[in-house]
Design a protein around this ligand. Sequence first.
Ligand code: AMP
Length: 292
Amino acid sequence: MTQLIHQLAHWRDIRQQWQDSSQRIAFVPTMGNLHEGHFSLVKLAQQHADKVVVSIFVNPLQFGPNEDFDRYPRTLNTDVEALSQLGVDVVFAPDVDEVYPDMTSDISGGEGFLVLPPPKLTNILCGESRPGHFTGVATIVLKLFNMIQPQLTVFGEKDYQQLAIIKAMVSALNLPIKVISAPTCRAADGLALSSRNQYLSLTQRQQASAIYKTLQTIAFGLRQGQSSDVLIEQARHELIYQGFDGVDYVSVRHPDSLAVQNFLGNDGAVILIAARLGTTRLIDNLVVMAEA
Ligand code: AMP
């Protein structure tokens, strides 16, 4: 039976019982409106732990003033139903007041404490068009880690920069938590599943698959030994040609450090894209392995 918990005190009682019986806890943080991508994280978590906790919390701190916080889809009942079908033990869905009693829920930080990841990870890629976003992400994830106190956590590669920042935070702050990453779940045409896909019109939904095709084209070019500069320029044009209204970035980076990379190096590379269809901003990425 899945337990839906809103209060931290209630969760702590359950956690104490689990701790007393040496249960290994895996934690999957989400903003809800769950899809197969989220479910794949849950299934991975179940393989590695005795108990699985999924949080559902639309975190105001990680949304900019003109972003989609208000219209972000909230579907708690169906989410809990789906998670109980999967056999999740606890769904933790705290109220904003419980998470931010010190009024940090504004992206400016208000009067509360914030977690500031290193600028070299936050001033790039999505951090450039979403100032403060990763501070909001790091702050909520550390708070949730402290509340749930899991032994391991699962994050999706879909949000590659976020995953890199969480791994860096866990290492830098000596958190006793193992971070597991899960591959990106895609629709049949390659579009990465995302709660934001439902903002797309039918036409935009068709155009959206160009992101994955572009990632594959760049990956092919890199494997042929081409330089990323040329491939990126071509990709930007292709996305606009396919109907995108703007391209925030197309970038080729080192898979761990996220440093800019001109060619496919020994460690491989990750290609990342953020592009807009109307007001909907989509992100995706593809890891390219070094040639054997
Ligand atoms: P969100 O609810 O969008 O904050 O996402 C919660 C978690 O699910 C994050 O770790 C995401 O990276 C992951 N996730 C979202 N979409 C996908 C997907 N298509 N495939 C795999 N993981 C995903």
